[in-house]
Design a protein around this ligand. Sequence first.
Ligand SMILES: Cc1cc2nc3c(=O)[nH]c(=O)nc-3n(C[C@H](O)[C@H](O)[C@H](O)COP(=O)(O)OP(=O)(O)OC[C@H]3O[C@@H](n4cnc5c(N)ncnc54)[C@H](O)[C@@H]3O)c2cc1C
Length: 414
Amino acid sequence: MGVSEQHIIIVGGGMTGGLLAVLLAAEGLRVTVLDGAPAPVMPEGAAQLRVSTLTEASYWLLRNSGVWDCLNLSRVQPYDAMQVWDQDGTGEVSFNAVDAGVDSLGWLLENGHLTAALYDRAASLPSLEWRCGVSVEGARREGQRWRVQCGGDVLEADLLVGADGARSRVREWAGISGGPRDTGHHALVATITTAQPHGGCARQVFMESGPLALLPLFSLASPGDQRQCSIVWSGWPQRIAELNAAEPGLFAAHLQAAVGDALGEVSLLGERAVFPVQERHASSYVATGLALIGDAAHVIHPLAGQGVNLGLLDAAVLAEEVAAAMKAGRPCADPHALSRYQRRRRGENLVMQNAMRGFQQLFEQRAMPLRWLRNTGMRWVNQAGPVKRFFIGQALGRGADLPRQAQPPRQRMR
Ligand SMILES: Cc1cc2nc3c(=O)[nH]c(=O)nc-3n(C[C@H](O)[C@H](O)[C@H](O)COP(=O)(O)OP(=O)(O)OC[C@H]3O[C@@H](n4cnc5c(N)ncnc54)[C@H](O)[C@@H]3O)c2cc1C
């Protein structure tokens, strides 16, 4: 079979599967996305509850792939400052875009908005078919291909990609193990209003019971108003259940006690939702003719807002390796390309997962000497130039081995 006839099936059209499809199809490869959910639609009205912060690397991926142009920019909130502190009040790390030499440190947008933009971009790529409302029921290897079963149909793939989230069935069908490990945390998400403007600053307070992130949110009712934030409050399940059940006034009082007067008086706007926080890491990202990306490959604690950013980089590295193999006349499921993908991504994702686990454990410490050490360490990081620059680099998603598409055009030309 000629390389141009090869077929790649991606199970899962979420943020990571959607980006992979766009990147591969932009190279002219034949791609089918299968997703059980209905077709994504551009959100209108109030901000959706599920949002993500995107790093600089993710921003360039979306810009370079043409997805950024499909976003409604009035629903994208850039932020140019970050402030992290310990509730004991003695440790703090803060930096801004000027320190980092960039215009923005990150962007916040709704998950559903990004998926809709990917879906719109996909519509302009002739070699890409995106089927919605189609649940994949099984997949097995037969000869040189994967046979994928969905809605009474059987499709054949030369390369099958699992982008089907934390409970990946593709991972299961490939016989790859993947956790879970309970972190002992649940996460509550909500939208709040604040008396003081957020000032484009992403804030995070670490408490013994878990971290609370206050992320600047756009305001559609009065653009530029800056008095809405999206929060992610992680902690022990019983504490989070109490917060979820508390009537709005009491919830606001708990929130106020946690954040102090950083944003003036705070109040709850609309619904809350709670998610168990589990960690997973697939024992392998690849098998014969198969690769896993995004949450199907790894799930990390959301405390630093890195999960989807890692998944988007998986998509970009896999696309880069597959395209390079095909340009060299090799098949899309070339085993060397797949193992290069795994080598480039698995170590980096493991380091990030372990760092998140370390942060969680560090801030749960009750012993006074450890708390003192931690807070002194935070103050030291805040003052020590090279170490602080390292942290800023991590926040921007500047890994050692960035795929071409995750870099600004100036660097890509080198
Ligand atoms: C509270 C919370 C806050 C977070 N905040 C951030 C943040 O600020 N920044 C960040 O980077 N990350 C964040 N994350 C992590 C981020 O949400 C995930 O990493 C990301 O959603 C994973 O995307 P994905 O495309 O890999 O998987 P998913 O979003 O789970 O998408 C999987 C897709 O596969 C489809 N699917 C599944 N099974 C099948 C099947 N059998 N057949 C067909 N289709 C199927 C589903 O319909 C879905 O569309 C957060 C997570 C949580 C819990």
